[in-house]
Design a protein around this ligand. Structure first.
Ligand SMILES: C[S@@+](CC[C@H](N)C(=O)[O-])C[C@H]1O[C@@H](n2cnc3c(N)ncnc32)[C@H](O)[C@@H]1O
Length: 326
């Protein structure tokens, strides 16, 4: 019985996090038994999703290898771990991130430990608390490579997950005037705020802030309406219920003539579905599969490993650039 429950939970958790479904949708589809099982597994408080993934997901591709990480003890960072709901220290991990291609970038970033309570799973989407997805890595690389484009610009990252790595890297390696880091998940943004403090001295003259921002909450925007020259966004196009909201908030946030840079995999055509939504709303829309020689070479090399470890449908980020009319 115990093994059966573990098996079900692994399959169920992989289903949630590898293929981006969530508990709500399972319940909505009437598969309540699994949710009940999960509840009994989770009743002790937390479950370690990453372990579940590692044990069942044979095709999980982690990264393009552009980033290097070194684990740092929290004592060396000087930030005590947060406590969980049972008063136990969380196992969040600090990393020193660097990118050999762009030595000017170095950041101290905290990852959440990948454990979730049932409340977390039932609450707002948690896909940004699982890992830094390959699209965020490529967005970071792209932002550093084209940092001159961002000079003196006001930039906002949407759906940046628990690290908002691309936005933070741009604030460290580039010279935008402002970077606003956002995600709709509160836990992600609490974590981003903790990392933000650690990197304050690396931001040169860029003003960096962070906030919880959900794409259907335009009423929260206030002075942010029409404020930004550029929006950056990684792997956020696959939420069927939010694509229209995302398109609408992009238009609200941008100045006339402002631009959007999106990196996202096809994910069963959701990239192209988003393109259909933005089609008549923006003055210019460019999509590119082969937008950078280095990234393309890495993509081809990964493909040689076979579809079991690298599936371009979910791992290769394509580029979409949008320009708002003047
Ligand atoms: C796959 S994750 C990508 C996170 C990060 N960009 C990365 O690539 O590592 C998708 C992100 O979109 C965020 N998200 C989903 N729906 C959202 C919405 N309606 N408003 C704001 N953020 C949303 C999730 O919280 C999550 O962090």
């Amino acid at each position: 019985m115990y093994i059966y429950v573990l098996f079900l939970s692994s399959v169920w958790l992989r289903f949630i996090f590898d293929d981006f479904e969530n508990v709500k949708s399972i319940i909505q589809r009437g598969m309540y038994d699994e949710a009940t099982i999960a509840e009994s597994i989770l009743q002790k408080g937390r479950t370690q999703v990453n372990q579940g993934l590692a044990s069942v997901s044979v095709r999980r591709f982690e990264s393009f290898g552009f980033l290097q990480t070194k684990v740092i003890a929290w004592e060396d960072v000087g930030v005590k771990p947060d406590l969980d709901e049972n008063g136990r220290q969380r196992l969040d991990i600090w990393y020193e991130y660097s990118c050999p291609a762009f030595p000017e970038f170095k950041a101290t970033i905290r990852h959440l430990d990948g454990s979730f309570t049932l409340d977390d799973l039932l609450g707002f989407n948690n896909t940004g608390n699982v890992c830094v997805w390959p699209s965020e890595e490529i967005l970071l690389y792209y932002c550093l490579k084209y940092k001159d484009y961002f000079k003196d610009k006001r930039v906002i990252e949407l759906g940046g997950g628990m690290t908002c790595m691309a936005g933070i890297a741009l604030a460290i390696g580039g010279e935008p005037t402002e970077v606003m880091l956002t995600d709709g998940n509160e836990q992600s943004m609490q974590n981003v705020n903790v990392s933000l403090k650690q990197n304050r001295n690396s931001f040169n003259n860029t003003e960096v802030s962070a906030m919880v921002l959900r794409w259907n909450e335009e009423e929260k925007l206030g002075s942010m309406v029409g404020h930004y020259d550029c929006v950056i966004c990684a792997d956020c196009l696959f939420f069927d219920e939010f694509r229209k909201d995302l398109c609408s908030i992009l238009l609200k946030l941008l100045k006339p003539g402002g631009e959007v840079i999106i990196l996202a995999p096809s994910r069963n055509g959701t990239f192209w579905k988003f393109k259909e939504i933005v089609a008549e709303k923006f003055a210019l829309i460019v999509t590119e599969e082969k937008y950078d020689d280095v990234i393309w070479k890495s993509h081809l090399k990964n493909k040689e490993k076979g579809a079991d470890s690298y599936d371009e449908n979910i791992h290769y980020p394509m580029l979409m650039k949008l320009k708002k009319s003047l």
